[in-house]
Design a binder for this molecule. Structure first.
Ligand code: B1M
Length: 249
């Protein structure tokens, strides 16, 4: 069983001890960081500290040392951001700090993305991706896009705060067979369903398979709003896109 003392990095130990209260979250992060390579724990610590320069250096070094890009992303970058998310939720840090952490995460992802993209094998088709109207969160969506591109998909990234019309226009203009919507706020979650309804009204719903994801989204929400697929994380986003692409073919 993973032990707190198995975590090599002092900053990570301190963060878990000081800021995490829920037992399931403590278990999740102790499990994650007790098995993570020390170099990746350092990256996670630098993400938590919002230090983009250090994340840039450490990610470069980790790749040069032969550590797998996905391992760096999962254990270092996403792992660090996970703790930031909890501190934000519990009001230990606020928007400016989170933005610094997000910038640090982007500094690391800038090294990971080209590797994931270059590793793509055969072309899988085109996916439209966007964060729904009223929602500015794009870190998770961008991770999904990187993974999709890395798996051979062409991705049309509509960005954040994407209204129904922009999604519909993209379907009509691109002929893409899969459309993905991301939402991170419970208040913007209904905009996924509204977009699907608008697609029905605009007579384009049958032209694409729709997948949804983002922290508040569940399989149940996905079913209720009439989406064709749901992915809880970036890896499953790729799996769902592949499956939906075969249904669209
Ligand atoms: Co915001 N924020 N935020 N935020 N933020 C959350 C989401 C929140 C949970 C924090 C909290 O607990 N309080 C909370 C939402 C609460 C709720 O609705 N229940 C919240 C809030 C309230 C807000 C504001 C309202 C705060 C305010 O201003 N008072 C505001 C809203 C702005 C707006 O959107 N209109 C706001 C602002 C911000 C920042 C700008 C500071 C920044 C966003 C920066 C950016 O994205 N460029 C930010 C951040 C960073 C977060 C947290 C800390 C981290 C989100 C993140 O990037 N996670 C977040 C807390 C948390 O999540 N614990 C929080 C890492 C990312 C890798 O995970 O996005 O879940 P995630 O993506 C995953 C999966 O969900 C999945 O794959 C990804 C990779 O594994 N996935 C898909 C995502 N999209 C997918 C699509 C798919 C499939 C899978 O198919 C299409």
């Amino acid at each position: 069983m993973a032990e707190f003392s198995d975590i090599a990095n002092q900053t990570i130990q301190d963060e878990i001890e000081e800021y995490l209260e829920r037992s399931e979250e403590i278990t999740r992060f102790v499990d994650l960081f007790s098995q993570a390579k020390p170099a990746l724990q350092e990256i996670a610590a630098a993400i938590i500290e919002g230090d983009d320069v250090v994340v840039d250096e450490l990610t470069t070094k980790a790749l040069a040392d032969g550590i797998d890009a996905i391992e760096i992303m999962d254990d270092g970058l996403i792992g660090g951001m996970g703790i930031v998310g909890i501190k934000f939720r519990e009001n230990f840090v606020f928007v400016p700090e989170v933005l610094s952490c997000a910038r640090a995460m982007r500094a690391g992802m800038a090294h990971i993305e080209p590797i994931l993209s270059a590793s793509g094998i055969e072309k899988q088709g085109t996916v439209i991706m966007g964060t729904v109207k009223g929602d500015l969160h794009d870190i998770g969506k961008n991770l999904c896009i990187m993974m999709l591109r890395g798996s051979g998909f062409d991705v049309i990234d509509l960005g954040v705060d994407v209204g129904e019309d922009a999604f519909i226009d993209a379907v009509e203009d691109s002929g893409a067979k899969v459309l993905g919507m991301s939402a991170l706020l419970t208040t913007t979650l209904p905009n996924m369903g509204k977009t699907i309804e608008a697609m029905i009204d605009a007579d384009v719903r049958d032209d694409v398979q729709v997948m949804v994801g983002g922290a508040p989204v569940t399989q149940e929400f996905s079913d209720d709003m009439g989406a064709d697929g749901y992915g809880p994380d970036a890896l499953s986003c790729v799996a769902v896109a592949k499956e939906l692409m075969t249904l669209a073919a």
